[in-house]
Design a protein around this ligand. Sequence first.
Ligand SMILES: Cc1ncc(C[n+]2csc(CCOP(=O)(O)OP(=O)(O)O)c2C)c(N)n1
Length: 290
Amino acid sequence: MNVEFEQKVFPNKRQSAEELAEVALHIRRDIIKSLVLAQSGHSGGPLGSSDIFATMYFGGYMRYKPEDMTWEGRDRFVLSAGHMCPVLYATLANAGCFPKAELATLRKYNTRLQGHPGRDMGLPGIETSSGSLGQGISIAVGMAMSDKLLDKNDRRVFSLTGDGELQEGSVWEAAMAASHFKLDNFCWIIDNNDCQIDGRIKEVLDVYPIDEKCRSFGFDTIVVDGHNFTELMSAFDRFLENQKNNTGKPTAIIAKTYMGHGVSFMNDNYKWHGVPPSVEQAEKALAELV
Ligand SMILES: Cc1ncc(C[n+]2csc(CCOP(=O)(O)OP(=O)(O)O)c2C)c(N)n1
């Protein structure tokens, strides 16, 4: 398949739901393109979480400089669900952190776009290696602790986990620490698509009620439609307010999403957790993503 990546990049600022939807569309298109070239990797989670990434990186919530992702004043994002990295790579490319053409190297030998994020590969915007579920959020909480308690700066730390990932005990150790150390600079996003590798969350190992669990762990907990930009923006706004007002409470955003959202034949189907589209399927998907 002849795949071309557009050159267009997007700014990071307060913008309308329509503008964010346009960014999310480009992210989804780039996910499909990189996956069909790789012929391995995860489609479902990345497509389903694209609206979250568009809001977080392009709505003015994270401070970063695409031309210098080592800038000391940047906020941090840790993708705890490391297998979902095609969405992070597409997001960073759409922000202008590296040339979009590099998305064609996903999962190739020696690429900076490893199948799970590898910090040592040097891709701008990858703060830590991840993929062993439950560990990324623990690292992110450590970062937030060091920022708030030691360095006393105003950095924001964001981390996204899956919902199947909540079955890892270390997630809850991290949550307990975030609340105990009053990390109002920490924002935990849960991609609640109700799907994991082998089926529905409830059938594999029930983690519900997620909202009550997060509240009982001391988080200001907000449940949103993860495909509604207005709801996503107001949730991230509330996180910024929590930090500004020194509430002492970390924020949890439970984003209700559909795995594979945006592509009709993948939507809400856990079988798309870890497979790429064939050439024919990629053509169909790209025809829908316009
Ligand atoms: C510690 C650990 N155990 C198992 C895996 C294998 N694994 C990768 S993704 C996944 C399912 C995760 O489900 P969820 O967090 O809901 O992600 P989604 O299916 O929505 O992408 C599993 C079991 C892993 N990466 N790390």
